[in-house]
Design a protein around this ligand. Structure first.
Ligand code: SF4
Length: 347
């Protein structure tokens, strides 16, 4: 497989152009072209000969939009094709304060969460840092912006894959965002299913992004059934890692909680949740469960049930909001678009 230019930082790009007999400043020209989503053949600031030479050993963005679905609420769901033919998903959501792009970090996922379509086929492979960057560049280009124009203002690592299960490439992605592509860590959010040791490592490595933890149940027994990762890191270990992250980074930790009828929406769940989230700055997002047909037994809590649950948490002093479901008319939950695509190809 050829080199992927988006995997490289500026020093590495400089080394590459020097090794091809070009001047160092060409690296900056390449970078500027990459931020505009250009592939090597379109990098007209470079001579034709150099483009040919570079194209023989390298690819530019390496992520292409295979399919795109526009929702009535303005949400855009993307299916990205990678160089080896695998596909991953992304979603662009429009908020008052800007556009948030949700990107994938792995093809498939091995965490096996029971409410998720991404993990159904297991893990296929990790994405490289450049392949995660490429999703942002492809959407920026599609939306008519560059990184500087910031068509994508915020990025969340919440698509397919467990980011902390691909730790080294995700860390490199975050460093490339900050150092090369000028995306501030304030605008980046990483979502984990609960790899507590890696949460601590993130804090120790000085990575100060917004950390989002998928909690989904306040009792080990229920959480274990929903999220097998809980067998390796129980709720006590997870909450300890969240406090550790806050103490080291000063960043408030966000918790996600998909509301599932009869599973995690009882009064005793609210009481336990309030207890877990007390004592350090946290925020809780309640999410109406996205129905995944392969996991038919899990159904969403009613709208009234969510309101009741939320009111009871507020009464106990929890900072809580209900997240609206976006783009539900186009593809539903994370991973469903890829599965539908793979099923269509099989037919
Ligand atoms: S919810 Fe996230 S961690 Fe869990 S299986 Fe799906 S992609 Fe993996």
């Amino acid at each position: 497989m050829k080199i992927l230019l988006t995997d490289k930082n500026i020093e590495e790009l400089e080394e590459l152009v020097l090794s091809l007999g070009e001047k160092k400043f060409r690296a900056k020209q390449i970078l500027s072209a990459l931020t505009q989503g250009q592939d090597i053949s379109n990098m007209t600031a470079l001579s034709k000969d150099f483009r040919v030479k570079l194209g023989e050993i390298a690819d530019g963005v390496g992520v292409y939009i295979a399919e795109k679905f526009l929702s009535r609420d303005g949400t855009v769901k993307y299916l990205f094709a990678l160089r080896d033919g695998h596909v991953v998903e992304g979603v662009l959501m429009r908020y008052k304060y800007g556009n948030t792009l949700c990107v994938s970090t792995q093809v498939g996922c091995r965490m096996g969460c029971k409410f998720c379509a991404s993990g159904i086929g297991g893990l296929i492979r990790n994405l490289s840092a450049g392949e995660i960057i490429g999703q942002i560049l492809a959407v920026n280009l599609d939306q008519g912006g560059t990184i500087e124009d910031r068509a994508v203002t915020n990025v969340v690592l919440m698509g397919s894959g467990e980011p902390l299960d691909n730790y080294d490439e995700v860390k490199r992605f975050l460093e490339l965002c900050r150092d090369v592509y000028k995306i501030s860590w304030r605008n980046l959010s990483l979502s984990t299913s609960g790899l507590a040791d890696k949460v601590k490592k993130l804090a120790d490595d000085g990575i100060h992004v917004t950390l989002t933890i998928s909690l989904h149940a306040p009792f080990d027994e229920a959480r274990e059934k929903l999220m097998p990762v809980n067998k390796a890191y129980d709720i006590k270990a997870l909450m300890e890692s969240a406090r550790y992250y806050f103490n080291k980074t000063g960043r408030r930790v966000v918790f996600e909680y998909a509301m599932i009828k009869g599973v995690n929406d009882r009064r005793e769940d609210a009481i336990k949740l309030a207890e877990l989230l007390s004592g350090f700055p946290t925020h809780l997002n309640l999410i109406p469960l996205n129905y995944v047909k392969e996991h038919g037994a899990l159904t969403p809590t009613s709208k009234e049930g969510i309101e009741r649950f939320m009111a009871s948490l507020e009464g106990m002093g929890v900072s809580v909001t209900k997240r609206r479901t976006m783009g539900s008319d186009i593809a539903g939950a994370c991973g469903q678009l890829r599965r539908r695509y793979l099923e269509d190809k099989r037919d």
